[in-house]
Design a protein. Structure first.
Length: 355
């Protein structure tokens, strides 16, 4: 028996496949096969998300049968072989999963090749420099020697390709796993974090919560997946963290000693992962070269669902949103998280990165 699909997206793909390839199937039969593809053998309730994924206004009386099971298995196998829906993990090992679950962080080396690291490094530093020249760079810290390049997904196609790396999907599906057909996670941010020589360290923290927000909710909230474009060394600002602290469900004292933390030493090309609830901070760059990488953050989709059941950024007419007060625009999700440099675009004409 093949593994059934695990999301409404994949149920929709099964239905789409059946409609395109089996014109002789009745609508109710397609619906039943779609249900069985998700492992559903009986249905006695109301679920508008499920109905939407099946493309129906109602779900017919469902009786399981060997024929329905065979058709569902066949459709799932075909779509899995085409890479349209997920199969078993091939890149993220059980040992890596167990380590991440136990300690709240993980280092996977050699995820990027030397050539990828070199090219992405040149591209990222070029964009950072152009934003600096344009006067829109996002600098922070007392020293102003820390820089973020936001909205990478809009800055160059190479970033779009990278953020869809198949290893990331396997990691995210594991970390945000739960018994539901709802999407499990959403991307919160994709940026470059650059610590120039002399850049100071952060305070230790957890993501999304303050020091007085204890206890932290006992649910999975965020996961950071970071591609290293430089080595992380003892003296160049490598992240420090407290292994296993994600299980404490509390925020740390922001002034805790570095002696109580572990410095993440890893070579460029690595993927370094940590839970948003793992106590962590970036270190001080005492070297003569910048330390940087490509930092992506993902969050549980249930949080997105709680604060955005309707996606106002997509459905609210511009003629309406333009007339709203700044306060209510924020309530609807507008203008939030817009960092300096996010709208800036580099003209790559004449460079090796020309589009």
């Amino acid at each position: 028996m093949v593994k059934y699909v695990s999301s409404y997206f994949e149920v929709s793909e099964v239905v789409k496949y059946l409609k395109e390839n089996f014109n002789n199937l009745e609508k109710d039969t397609i619906t039943k096969i779609g249900l069985k593809s998700a492992g559903i053998t009986s249905y006695d309730g109301y679920n508008r998300y499920l109905e939407d994924s099946l493309g129906v206004n109602y779900i017919p009386d469902f009786e399981d049968s060997e024929e329905i099971t065979r058709e569902a298995e066949s459709a799932v196998e075909v779509l899995r072989s085409r890479g349209i829906i997920r199969g078993d993990d091939k890149l993220f090992t059980k040992g890596q999963k167990d380590f991440l679950d136990a300690y709240g962080y993980l280092i996977i080396t050699e995820v990027l090749s030397e050539d990828q690291v070199d090219e992405l490094s040149r591209l990222t530093l070029l964009i950072a420099d152009e934003e600096e020249k344009a006067g829109v760079s996002y600098r922070y810290g007392r020293s102003r020697k820390l820089q973020r390049v936001y909205n990478l997904i809009s800055k160059h196609p190479q970033y779009v390709e990278l953020i869809q790396h198949p290893l990331l999907e396997e990691i995210l599906e594991h970390y945000f796993r739960k018994d539901t057909l709802h999407p499990k996670y959403v991307m919160s941010s994709f940026q470059s974090n650059i610590i120039y020589p002399g850049g100071e360290s952060q305070q230790v923290h957890v993501d999304g919560f303050g020091r007085n927000d204890n206890p932290l909710p006992d649910i999975v909230t965020r996961l950071n997946l970071n591609f290293l474009l430089t080595d992380w060394t003892e003296d160049n600002g490598a992240t420090l963290l407290s292994p296993g602290s994600h299980k404490l469900l509390e925020a740390p004292n922001p002034n805790m000693s570095d002696d109580d933390l572990v410095k993440v030493i890893a070579p460029k090309g690595s993927l370094v992962i940590w839970s948003g609830k793992t106590w962590h901070k970036s270190g001080e760059n005492k070297s003569k070269e910048p330390r940087f990488g490509l930092f992506s953050c993902f969050a549980s989709s249930q949080i997105k669902e709680l604060c955005g059941e309707e996606e106002h950024l997509s459905v609210v007419d511009k003629s309406v949103s333009d007339k709203l007060s700044p306060k209510f625009r924020f309530v609807l999700g507008f203008d939030r998280g817009v960092k300096s440099g996010a709208y800036h675009r580099v003209d790559f004409t004449g460079t090796e990165f020309a589009l």
